[in-house]
Design a protein around this ligand. Structure first.
Ligand code: ATP
Ligand code: MG
Length: 435
Protein backbone atom coordinates (compact mmCIF):
# COMPACT_ATOMS: atom_id res chain seq x y z
CA UNK A 1 0.00 0.00 0.00
CA UNK A 2 1.28 3.45 -0.84
CA UNK A 3 2.35 5.44 2.17
CA UNK A 4 0.11 8.44 2.74
CA UNK A 5 1.93 11.60 1.72
CA UNK A 6 2.27 14.46 4.11
CA UNK A 7 0.11 17.43 3.07
CA UNK A 8 1.89 20.51 1.78
CA UNK A 9 0.96 23.79 3.35
CA UNK A 10 0.96 27.37 2.12
CA UNK A 11 3.93 29.63 2.77
CA UNK A 12 3.87 31.45 6.11
CA UNK A 13 2.26 34.86 5.78
CA UNK A 14 0.65 34.01 2.42
CA UNK A 15 -3.04 33.33 2.69
CA UNK A 16 -5.76 31.66 0.69
CA UNK A 17 -8.89 33.67 0.16
CA UNK A 18 -11.56 31.02 0.55
CA UNK A 19 -14.91 31.05 -1.27
CA UNK A 20 -16.79 32.20 1.81
CA UNK A 21 -14.55 35.28 2.01
CA UNK A 22 -14.48 36.22 -1.66
CA UNK A 23 -17.91 37.95 -1.62
CA UNK A 24 -16.44 40.51 0.80
CA UNK A 25 -13.49 41.07 -1.52
CA UNK A 26 -15.79 41.52 -4.51
CA UNK A 27 -17.92 43.92 -2.53
CA UNK A 28 -14.91 46.09 -1.64
CA UNK A 29 -13.35 45.83 -5.10
CA UNK A 30 -16.62 46.85 -6.77
CA UNK A 31 -17.04 49.89 -4.56
CA UNK A 32 -13.45 50.93 -5.20
CA UNK A 33 -13.86 50.53 -8.98
CA UNK A 34 -17.03 52.61 -8.94
CA UNK A 35 -15.41 55.40 -6.94
CA UNK A 36 -12.34 55.45 -9.21
CA UNK A 37 -14.54 55.56 -12.31
CA UNK A 38 -16.46 58.48 -10.84
CA UNK A 39 -13.22 60.52 -10.87
CA UNK A 40 -12.02 59.40 -14.33
CA UNK A 41 -9.27 56.99 -13.26
CA UNK A 42 -8.16 54.20 -15.63
CA UNK A 43 -6.82 50.80 -14.78
CA UNK A 44 -3.26 49.77 -15.62
CA UNK A 45 -2.19 46.11 -15.21
CA UNK A 46 1.42 45.51 -14.38
CA UNK A 47 3.77 42.53 -14.03
CA UNK A 48 4.25 41.06 -10.58
CA UNK A 49 7.98 40.64 -11.11
CA UNK A 50 10.37 43.47 -12.00
CA UNK A 51 14.12 43.92 -12.14
CA UNK A 52 15.53 44.26 -8.62
CA UNK A 53 17.31 47.41 -9.72
CA UNK A 54 13.96 49.18 -10.22
CA UNK A 55 13.05 48.87 -6.55
CA UNK A 56 16.53 49.67 -5.31
CA UNK A 57 16.64 52.83 -7.36
CA UNK A 58 13.12 54.00 -6.53
CA UNK A 59 12.26 52.89 -3.01
CA UNK A 60 15.82 53.58 -1.79
CA UNK A 61 18.64 51.35 -0.58
CA UNK A 62 18.25 52.25 3.09
CA UNK A 63 14.51 51.68 3.50
CA UNK A 64 13.00 48.75 5.40
CA UNK A 65 11.62 47.32 2.18
CA UNK A 66 14.89 47.19 0.26
CA UNK A 67 17.07 46.39 3.26
CA UNK A 68 15.16 43.41 4.52
CA UNK A 69 11.73 42.78 3.03
CA UNK A 70 12.16 41.98 -0.65
CA UNK A 71 11.67 38.58 -2.27
CA UNK A 72 14.66 38.67 -4.59
CA UNK A 73 15.96 35.80 -6.68
CA UNK A 74 18.11 35.09 -9.71
CA UNK A 75 16.14 33.73 -12.64
CA UNK A 76 17.56 31.10 -14.99
CA UNK A 77 19.44 33.73 -16.97
CA UNK A 78 21.14 34.97 -13.82
CA UNK A 79 19.18 38.26 -13.79
CA UNK A 80 18.20 39.53 -10.36
CA UNK A 81 14.41 39.82 -10.16
CA UNK A 82 12.08 40.80 -7.32
CA UNK A 83 8.45 40.10 -6.52
CA UNK A 84 6.99 43.58 -6.34
CA UNK A 85 6.79 44.90 -2.76
CA UNK A 86 4.64 47.83 -3.94
CA UNK A 87 3.22 49.18 -7.19
CA UNK A 88 4.43 52.75 -7.57
CA UNK A 89 7.81 51.87 -9.08
CA UNK A 90 6.38 49.42 -11.62
CA UNK A 91 3.60 51.80 -12.62
CA UNK A 92 6.03 54.63 -13.27
CA UNK A 93 8.44 52.27 -15.05
CA UNK A 94 5.61 51.22 -17.39
CA UNK A 95 4.52 54.79 -18.10
CA UNK A 96 8.08 55.90 -18.89
CA UNK A 97 8.70 52.84 -21.03
CA UNK A 98 5.56 53.49 -23.10
CA UNK A 99 6.01 57.23 -23.38
CA UNK A 100 2.81 58.03 -21.48
CA UNK A 101 4.29 61.02 -19.73
CA UNK A 102 5.05 63.23 -22.76
CA UNK A 103 2.90 66.33 -22.36
CA UNK A 104 0.08 64.30 -20.91
CA UNK A 105 -1.54 63.83 -17.60
CA UNK A 106 -2.82 60.49 -16.34
CA UNK A 107 -5.00 59.18 -13.57
CA UNK A 108 -4.31 55.48 -13.05
CA UNK A 109 -5.03 52.64 -10.66
CA UNK A 110 -3.84 49.06 -10.30
CA UNK A 111 -4.75 46.21 -8.05
CA UNK A 112 -3.08 43.02 -6.98
CA UNK A 113 -0.77 41.16 -4.63
CA UNK A 114 2.40 42.67 -3.19
CA UNK A 115 5.17 40.74 -1.44
CA UNK A 116 7.23 41.69 1.60
CA UNK A 117 9.20 39.39 3.86
CA UNK A 118 7.92 40.85 7.13
CA UNK A 119 7.10 39.16 10.41
CA UNK A 120 3.56 37.88 9.84
CA UNK A 121 0.92 39.10 12.31
CA UNK A 122 -2.61 40.45 12.19
CA UNK A 123 -2.76 42.99 9.36
CA UNK A 124 0.79 42.25 8.23
CA UNK A 125 1.35 39.51 5.70
CA UNK A 126 4.01 38.41 3.26
CA UNK A 127 1.58 38.42 0.36
CA UNK A 128 -1.07 41.11 0.67
CA UNK A 129 -3.32 43.02 -1.70
CA UNK A 130 -3.02 46.66 -2.49
CA UNK A 131 -5.16 48.93 -4.57
CA UNK A 132 -2.85 51.65 -5.76
CA UNK A 133 -3.66 54.95 -7.42
CA UNK A 134 -1.14 57.16 -9.21
CA UNK A 135 -1.47 60.41 -11.14
CA UNK A 136 1.13 62.00 -13.39
CA UNK A 137 1.61 65.42 -14.92
CA UNK A 138 -0.31 67.47 -12.34
CA UNK A 139 1.64 69.69 -9.93
CA UNK A 140 -1.16 69.97 -7.36
CA UNK A 141 -2.33 70.79 -4.82
CA UNK A 142 -5.75 70.39 -6.52
CA UNK A 143 -5.05 66.77 -7.48
CA UNK A 144 -3.62 66.13 -3.98
CA UNK A 145 -7.01 67.16 -2.62
CA UNK A 146 -8.79 64.98 -5.19
CA UNK A 147 -6.84 61.90 -4.05
CA UNK A 148 -7.95 62.50 -0.49
CA UNK A 149 -11.51 63.20 -1.60
CA UNK A 150 -11.83 59.95 -3.47
CA UNK A 151 -10.56 57.89 -0.57
CA UNK A 152 -12.93 59.79 1.73
CA UNK A 153 -15.77 58.89 -0.64
CA UNK A 154 -14.80 55.22 -0.59
CA UNK A 155 -14.71 55.11 3.23
CA UNK A 156 -18.20 56.62 3.30
CA UNK A 157 -19.48 54.13 0.76
CA UNK A 158 -18.20 51.15 2.70
CA UNK A 159 -19.31 52.51 6.05
CA UNK A 160 -15.97 53.08 7.80
CA UNK A 161 -15.65 56.86 7.53
CA UNK A 162 -16.16 57.55 11.21
CA UNK A 163 -13.55 54.93 12.17
CA UNK A 164 -10.65 56.47 10.25
CA UNK A 165 -8.66 59.65 10.66
CA UNK A 166 -6.77 61.53 7.98
CA UNK A 167 -3.22 62.46 8.98
CA UNK A 168 -1.38 64.96 6.88
CA UNK A 169 2.12 66.39 6.60
CA UNK A 170 4.42 68.02 4.10
CA UNK A 171 7.94 66.75 3.47
CA UNK A 172 8.96 69.77 1.39
CA UNK A 173 11.63 69.55 -1.29
CA UNK A 174 14.75 67.40 -1.13
CA UNK A 175 16.87 70.52 -0.41
CA UNK A 176 14.60 71.47 2.48
CA UNK A 177 14.72 67.93 3.80
CA UNK A 178 18.52 67.86 3.56
CA UNK A 179 18.80 71.04 5.66
CA UNK A 180 16.30 69.68 8.17
CA UNK A 181 18.08 66.35 8.27
CA UNK A 182 21.25 68.03 9.52
CA UNK A 183 19.31 69.82 12.28
CA UNK A 184 17.56 66.62 13.21
CA UNK A 185 20.75 64.57 13.36
CA UNK A 186 22.41 67.07 15.66
CA UNK A 187 19.30 67.00 17.89
CA UNK A 188 19.44 63.19 18.05
CA UNK A 189 23.16 63.34 18.79
CA UNK A 190 22.34 65.23 21.95
CA UNK A 191 20.06 62.32 22.97
CA UNK A 192 22.12 59.30 21.92
CA UNK A 193 21.45 57.52 25.21
CA UNK A 194 17.71 57.42 24.50
CA UNK A 195 17.98 56.09 20.93
CA UNK A 196 17.35 52.37 20.50
CA UNK A 197 19.47 50.12 18.30
CA UNK A 198 17.28 50.56 15.22
CA UNK A 199 17.37 54.32 15.58
CA UNK A 200 21.14 54.44 16.05
CA UNK A 201 21.50 52.56 12.79
CA UNK A 202 19.11 54.94 11.07
CA UNK A 203 20.91 57.99 12.40
CA UNK A 204 23.49 57.53 9.65
CA UNK A 205 21.25 56.28 6.88
CA UNK A 206 17.68 57.54 7.24
CA UNK A 207 17.29 59.76 10.33
CA UNK A 208 13.81 61.01 9.38
CA UNK A 209 12.52 57.49 9.88
CA UNK A 210 13.46 57.70 13.55
CA UNK A 211 10.51 60.10 13.97
CA UNK A 212 8.28 57.18 13.02
CA UNK A 213 9.48 55.00 15.91
CA UNK A 214 6.80 53.57 18.17
CA UNK A 215 9.27 52.82 20.99
CA UNK A 216 7.59 54.22 24.16
CA UNK A 217 10.95 55.09 25.74
CA UNK A 218 11.69 57.47 22.87
CA UNK A 219 8.34 59.25 22.61
CA UNK A 220 9.08 62.19 24.87
CA UNK A 221 12.35 62.91 23.13
CA UNK A 222 10.64 62.63 19.71
CA UNK A 223 7.90 65.04 20.79
CA UNK A 224 10.58 67.69 21.40
CA UNK A 225 12.42 67.06 18.10
CA UNK A 226 12.68 69.86 15.54
CA UNK A 227 9.73 69.90 13.14
CA UNK A 228 10.19 69.60 9.38
CA UNK A 229 7.29 71.96 8.64
CA UNK A 230 9.26 74.76 10.34
CA UNK A 231 12.07 74.24 7.83
CA UNK A 232 10.02 74.47 4.63
CA UNK A 233 10.37 77.28 2.11
CA UNK A 234 7.55 79.54 0.92
CA UNK A 235 6.75 77.40 -2.12
CA UNK A 236 6.27 74.18 -0.16
CA UNK A 237 4.33 75.99 2.54
CA UNK A 238 2.01 77.58 -0.02
CA UNK A 239 1.34 74.16 -1.57
CA UNK A 240 0.50 72.75 1.82
CA UNK A 241 -1.63 75.74 2.82
CA UNK A 242 -3.66 75.53 -0.39
CA UNK A 243 -4.24 71.84 0.16
CA UNK A 244 -5.46 72.30 3.73
CA UNK A 245 -7.67 75.21 2.61
CA UNK A 246 -9.26 72.97 -0.04
CA UNK A 247 -9.86 70.25 2.50
CA UNK A 248 -11.42 72.78 4.88
CA UNK A 249 -13.68 74.06 2.09
CA UNK A 250 -14.70 70.50 1.23
CA UNK A 251 -15.43 69.65 4.83
CA UNK A 252 -12.71 67.01 5.21
CA UNK A 253 -11.12 67.09 8.63
CA UNK A 254 -7.51 66.06 9.14
CA UNK A 255 -4.87 65.99 11.81
CA UNK A 256 -1.51 67.55 11.16
CA UNK A 257 1.06 64.89 12.06
CA UNK A 258 4.48 66.51 11.85
CA UNK A 259 6.14 63.14 12.46
CA UNK A 260 4.53 61.48 9.46
CA UNK A 261 7.50 60.80 7.16
CA UNK A 262 6.50 57.58 5.32
CA UNK A 263 8.88 54.67 4.92
CA UNK A 264 9.93 55.25 1.35
CA UNK A 265 12.55 57.61 0.03
CA UNK A 266 10.70 59.03 -2.90
CA UNK A 267 8.15 61.27 -1.24
CA UNK A 268 8.20 65.08 -1.19
CA UNK A 269 5.65 67.75 -0.28
CA UNK A 270 2.23 66.23 0.50
CA UNK A 271 2.12 62.95 2.46
CA UNK A 272 -0.95 61.45 4.10
CA UNK A 273 -2.24 58.37 5.85
CA UNK A 274 -5.69 57.16 6.81
CA UNK A 275 -5.42 55.56 10.21
CA UNK A 276 -7.84 53.69 12.43
CA UNK A 277 -7.36 52.83 16.08
CA UNK A 278 -9.60 49.75 15.76
CA UNK A 279 -6.91 47.45 14.36
CA UNK A 280 -4.14 47.64 16.92
CA UNK A 281 -0.71 48.59 15.69
CA UNK A 282 -1.48 47.78 12.04
CA UNK A 283 -3.87 50.73 11.86
CA UNK A 284 -2.84 52.43 8.61
CA UNK A 285 -5.30 51.37 5.92
CA UNK A 286 -4.17 53.74 3.19
CA UNK A 287 -1.05 55.80 2.68
CA UNK A 288 0.56 57.92 0.03
CA UNK A 289 2.00 61.18 -1.10
CA UNK A 290 3.64 63.27 -3.77
CA UNK A 291 6.79 61.95 -5.42
CA UNK A 292 7.69 64.36 -8.24
CA UNK A 293 11.41 63.57 -7.83
CA UNK A 294 11.09 59.86 -8.57
CA UNK A 295 10.41 60.44 -12.26
CA UNK A 296 13.87 61.86 -12.96
CA UNK A 297 15.38 59.25 -10.66
CA UNK A 298 13.98 56.57 -13.01
CA UNK A 299 15.28 58.29 -16.11
CA UNK A 300 12.29 60.44 -17.09
CA UNK A 301 12.06 64.21 -17.61
CA UNK A 302 11.11 66.36 -14.61
CA UNK A 303 7.38 65.92 -14.01
CA UNK A 304 4.78 65.61 -11.29
CA UNK A 305 3.32 62.58 -9.54
CA UNK A 306 1.20 61.75 -6.54
CA UNK A 307 -0.23 58.43 -5.45
CA UNK A 308 -1.36 56.23 -2.61
CA UNK A 309 -2.02 52.58 -1.87
CA UNK A 310 -4.60 50.98 0.37
CA UNK A 311 -4.18 47.66 2.14
CA UNK A 312 -7.21 45.54 1.29
CA UNK A 313 -6.81 43.02 4.16
CA UNK A 314 -6.76 45.78 6.74
CA UNK A 315 -9.83 47.48 5.28
CA UNK A 316 -11.70 44.17 5.22
CA UNK A 317 -10.62 43.41 8.79
CA UNK A 318 -12.09 46.74 9.86
CA UNK A 319 -15.30 46.12 7.94
CA UNK A 320 -15.58 42.65 9.41
CA UNK A 321 -14.99 43.95 12.91
CA UNK A 322 -17.80 46.48 12.49
CA UNK A 323 -20.02 43.64 11.27
CA UNK A 324 -22.16 45.99 9.22
CA UNK A 325 -21.86 44.31 5.83
CA UNK A 326 -23.65 41.26 4.50
CA UNK A 327 -22.53 40.64 0.95
CA UNK A 328 -25.03 39.33 -1.58
CA UNK A 329 -25.42 35.55 -1.55
CA UNK A 330 -23.76 33.90 -4.54
CA UNK A 331 -26.94 32.00 -5.43
CA UNK A 332 -30.46 33.35 -6.03
CA UNK A 333 -32.12 30.11 -7.01
CA UNK A 334 -31.16 26.49 -6.35
CA UNK A 335 -32.57 23.76 -8.57
CA UNK A 336 -33.32 20.36 -7.04
CA UNK A 337 -33.74 17.48 -9.49
CA UNK A 338 -34.63 13.88 -8.67
CA UNK A 339 -35.07 11.32 -11.47
CA UNK A 340 -33.83 11.03 -15.01
CA UNK A 341 -36.61 12.96 -16.75
CA UNK A 342 -36.41 15.64 -14.07
CA UNK A 343 -32.66 15.97 -14.47
CA UNK A 344 -32.93 16.46 -18.19
CA UNK A 345 -35.79 18.94 -18.09
CA UNK A 346 -34.10 20.81 -15.26
CA UNK A 347 -30.91 21.37 -17.22
CA UNK A 348 -32.88 22.68 -20.21
CA UNK A 349 -35.06 25.00 -18.14
CA UNK A 350 -32.09 26.28 -16.21
CA UNK A 351 -30.40 27.32 -19.46
CA UNK A 352 -33.64 28.94 -20.60
CA UNK A 353 -33.95 30.88 -17.33
CA UNK A 354 -30.40 32.14 -17.67
CA UNK A 355 -31.28 33.36 -21.20
CA UNK A 356 -34.50 35.01 -20.05
CA UNK A 357 -33.39 36.63 -16.78
CA UNK A 358 -30.22 38.66 -17.16
CA UNK A 359 -28.01 38.33 -14.11
CA UNK A 360 -29.96 35.52 -12.40
CA UNK A 361 -27.65 33.41 -10.25
CA UNK A 362 -28.99 29.90 -10.66
CA UNK A 363 -27.27 26.85 -9.25
CA UNK A 364 -28.33 23.43 -10.48
CA UNK A 365 -27.81 20.49 -8.13
CA UNK A 366 -25.36 18.11 -9.80
CA UNK A 367 -24.30 14.70 -8.62
CA UNK A 368 -27.75 13.43 -7.61
CA UNK A 369 -28.96 12.83 -4.06
CA UNK A 370 -32.32 12.52 -2.34
CA UNK A 371 -34.80 15.42 -2.11
CA UNK A 372 -33.77 15.82 1.49
CA UNK A 373 -30.04 16.06 0.87
CA UNK A 374 -30.57 18.41 -2.07
CA UNK A 375 -32.79 20.63 0.10
CA UNK A 376 -30.01 20.88 2.62
CA UNK A 377 -27.63 22.07 -0.07
CA UNK A 378 -30.24 24.54 -1.34
CA UNK A 379 -30.57 26.02 2.11
CA UNK A 380 -26.83 26.24 2.61
CA UNK A 381 -26.37 27.99 -0.74
CA UNK A 382 -28.15 31.08 0.60
CA UNK A 383 -30.62 30.97 -2.31
CA UNK A 384 -33.95 32.77 -1.96
CA UNK A 385 -35.82 30.09 -3.93
CA UNK A 386 -35.65 26.40 -4.65
CA UNK A 387 -37.00 24.96 -7.86
CA UNK A 388 -37.96 21.34 -7.19
CA UNK A 389 -38.38 18.85 -10.01
CA UNK A 390 -39.40 15.20 -9.73
CA UNK A 391 -40.10 12.88 -12.65
CA UNK A 392 -43.91 13.16 -12.31
CA UNK A 393 -43.90 16.96 -12.52
CA UNK A 394 -41.31 16.85 -15.28
CA UNK A 395 -43.57 14.66 -17.38
CA UNK A 396 -46.38 17.21 -16.96
CA UNK A 397 -44.00 20.08 -17.83
CA UNK A 398 -44.23 21.55 -14.34
CA UNK A 399 -41.99 22.28 -11.37
CA UNK A 400 -42.49 23.33 -7.77
CA UNK A 401 -41.19 26.69 -6.57
CA UNK A 402 -40.51 27.19 -2.89
CA UNK A 403 -39.34 30.26 -1.07
CA UNK A 404 -36.49 29.36 1.28
CA UNK A 405 -36.30 32.57 3.26
CA UNK A 406 -39.87 33.76 3.87
CA UNK A 407 -43.08 31.95 4.84
CA UNK A 408 -44.85 31.40 1.54
CA UNK A 409 -46.92 28.59 0.10
CA UNK A 410 -45.04 26.34 -2.30
CA UNK A 411 -46.52 26.69 -5.80
CA UNK A 412 -46.61 24.42 -8.83
CA UNK A 413 -45.85 26.26 -12.05
CA UNK A 414 -45.22 25.79 -15.74
CA UNK A 415 -42.25 27.51 -17.39
CA UNK A 416 -44.03 30.80 -18.10
CA UNK A 417 -45.31 31.16 -14.56
CA UNK A 418 -41.87 30.25 -13.20
CA UNK A 419 -40.25 32.87 -15.40
CA UNK A 420 -42.81 35.51 -14.39
CA UNK A 421 -42.37 34.88 -10.66
CA UNK A 422 -38.58 34.86 -10.73
CA UNK A 423 -38.35 37.94 -13.02
CA UNK A 424 -40.63 39.79 -10.69
CA UNK A 425 -38.61 38.82 -7.66
CA UNK A 426 -35.36 39.84 -9.33
CA UNK A 427 -36.72 43.23 -10.38
CA UNK A 428 -37.87 43.94 -6.85
CA UNK A 429 -34.53 42.89 -5.49
CA UNK A 430 -32.51 45.14 -7.80
CA UNK A 431 -34.96 47.99 -7.14
CA UNK A 432 -34.48 47.76 -3.39
CA UNK A 433 -30.68 47.36 -3.64
CA UNK A 434 -30.48 50.56 -5.73
CA UNK A 435 -32.22 52.56 -3.06
P1 ATP B 1 3.41 49.84 7.71
O1 ATP B 1 3.90 51.09 8.36
O2 ATP B 1 2.15 49.33 8.28
O3 ATP B 1 4.49 48.81 7.56
P2 ATP B 1 4.01 50.78 5.07
O4 ATP B 1 4.33 52.21 5.26
O5 ATP B 1 5.10 49.80 4.92
O6 ATP B 1 3.01 50.28 6.22
P3 ATP B 1 2.98 51.23 2.42
O7 ATP B 1 4.18 50.75 1.72
O8 ATP B 1 2.70 52.66 2.46
O9 ATP B 1 2.97 50.62 3.89
O10 ATP B 1 1.71 50.47 1.85
C1 ATP B 1 0.40 51.03 1.83
C2 ATP B 1 -0.58 50.22 2.61
O11 ATP B 1 -0.48 48.83 2.32
C3 ATP B 1 -0.38 50.27 4.11
O12 ATP B 1 -0.95 51.42 4.65
C4 ATP B 1 -1.10 49.02 4.56
O13 ATP B 1 -2.49 49.25 4.62
C5 ATP B 1 -0.80 48.05 3.46
N1 ATP B 1 0.32 47.18 3.82
C6 ATP B 1 1.66 47.46 3.79
N2 ATP B 1 2.39 46.40 4.17
C7 ATP B 1 1.50 45.40 4.43
C8 ATP B 1 1.63 44.04 4.84
N3 ATP B 1 2.81 43.47 5.04
N4 ATP B 1 0.49 43.31 5.03
C9 ATP B 1 -0.72 43.86 4.82
N5 ATP B 1 -0.91 45.13 4.42
C10 ATP B 1 0.19 45.90 4.21
MG1 MG C 1 6.05 48.44 6.23
Amino acid sequence: MAKQQQAIQAIRGMHDILPEQSPYWHWLENHARQVLAAYGYQEIRLPIVEKTELFKRSIGEVTDIVEKEMYTFDDRNGDSLTLRPEGTAGCLRACLEHGLLHNQSHRLWYYGPMFRHERPQKGRYRQFYQLGVETYGMPGPDVDAEMILLTDRLWKKIGIRDKVELQLNSLGTSEERAAYRATLVSYFQQHLAILDEDSLRRLETNPLRILDSKNPAMQEMLQQAPVLLDHLGEDSLAHFRQLTQSLDALGISYRLNTRLVRGLDYYGKTVFEWVTDELGSQGTICAGGRYDGLIEQLGGKANHAIGFAMGMERILALVEQLGSVTPEPTTDVYMIRVGETAEQLGMIWAEQLRNDIEGLKLQVNCGGGSFKSQFKKADKSGAAYAIIIGDDEAQRGEVALKSLRIEQEQITVNYDALLATLSNWQQQKSHSSNQ
